[in-house]
Design a protein around this ligand. Structure first.
Ligand code: CO
Ligand code: CO
Length: 323
């Protein structure tokens, strides 16, 4: 991805776009453009092939995932467009269920979908272009972690192994329902909480898996991360599928790419390690919270019914240690 985007950087000199606060220099979840000292817009797009068999849920998950990159920046999305690629032979009621799932999820987020574009393609693809507002001084970025921050994760891991089990027709229906529920969930309240508590370093967990996205933040922030494996939340079926080796190809790519920067405690077996590289779709936010704010944060999260797990901390140094 970084290499594909390389030519953009050769053509657009960051110095020529002083209002582009996030975009060309350090890769992040979304681009941010300053409108004034008080207001900036956050812009992102994302789309992918079906992760589940049911068209309505696929649409809802794709929309939640697209909006998540606005939430990951601390932004409030308000407007979106559909992007869809749909096969000629796909029954109209399936196409409309995908779009309805996306639209109802957007409406739940307080976002209006005002149009979009659809092309024919062999494999369905769906997602959104989304735009939101953020205060230019309250942007959450991958580079904003500070040594001493505690790390908060807001959704369980294991979505990749579970949806791979679905594709291989080896998934338990209860596990699938659980995965769908989490993937459809908006990161809206999690983001609002992070902004309320002055969080500056954060991202959402998607294709690079927990450790890949954690590593991006560690590098961008110039800190090391210590992760407590026992504190990481997983979907109910994840461990079982991992033990059967039901991983998507991306999990192995992530492992190859990131493992050199990670030290695992000896007791962590191969399935445990691989689960931390498992690519997620519409995963939770991972952010750093000043330790002194943790108890107030916990009270507020419980008031708002926002699930969260304290999974580790940021320290001086580099790399990731999982104990
Ligand atoms: Co993201
Ligand atoms: Co994204």
């Amino acid at each position: 991805m970084t290499q594909v985007l390389r030519p953009i950087k050769d053509i657009f000199d960051p110095a020529s776009y002083p209002d582009l606060l996030v975009g060309l220099t350090d890769p992040d979840d979304a681009a941010v453009w300053r409108l004034s000292d008080e207001q900036a817009v956050v812009l992102t797009t994302d789309f992918f092939t079906p992760v589940v068999d049911t068209p309505y849920e696929y649409g809802a998950i794709a929309a939640a995932n697209s909006l998540s990159d606005v939430y990951a920046m601390g932004g409030k999305p308000f407007l979106a467009l559909n992007i869809a690629a749909l096969p000629d032979n796909l029954p109209a009621e399936i196409s409309s269920e995908i779009l309805r799932g996306g639209a109802e999820k957007a409406r739940e987020a307080g976002v209006v979908i005002a149009g979009g574009h659809t092309v024919n393609d062999k494999e369905p693809k769906y997602g959104l272009v989304a735009i939101g507002f953020v205060h230019p001084q309250r942007i959450i970025s991958k580079g904003g972690l500070k040594a001493g921050d505690v790390l908060i994760l807001t959704k369980p891991l294991g979505g990749g192994v579970t949806t791979t089990a679905v594709k291989q027709e080896k998934a338990d229906t209860a596990h699938v329902a659980e995965a769908i529920e989490w993937m459809s969930r908006l990161n809206k309240i999690a983001s609002e909480l992070a902004v309320e508590f002055g969080v500056r370093g954060g991202t959402d967990i998607t294709g690079f898996g927990f450790l890949g996205h954690a590593m991006e933040m560690a590098e961008a922030s110039g800190v090391s991360l210590q992760i407590d494996f026992a504190k990481l939340p997983f979907l109910s079926g994840a461990r079982g599928y991992a033990e059967k080796g039901i991983f998507p190809g991306g999990a192995f790519d992530n492992k190859n790419y990131f493992e050199a920067s990670v030290t695992f405690a000896e007791h962590l077996d191969e399935p445990s390690q691989m689960l931390m590289f498992d690519p997620q779709t519409s995963g939770g936010l991972l952010f750093g919270l000043a330790r002194g704010k943790l108890s107030a944060f916990e009270t507020r999260a419980q008031e708002l019914n926002q699930p969260y797990w304290v999974v580790g901390e940021a320290r001086e140094g580099q790399g990731i240690e999982v104990r």
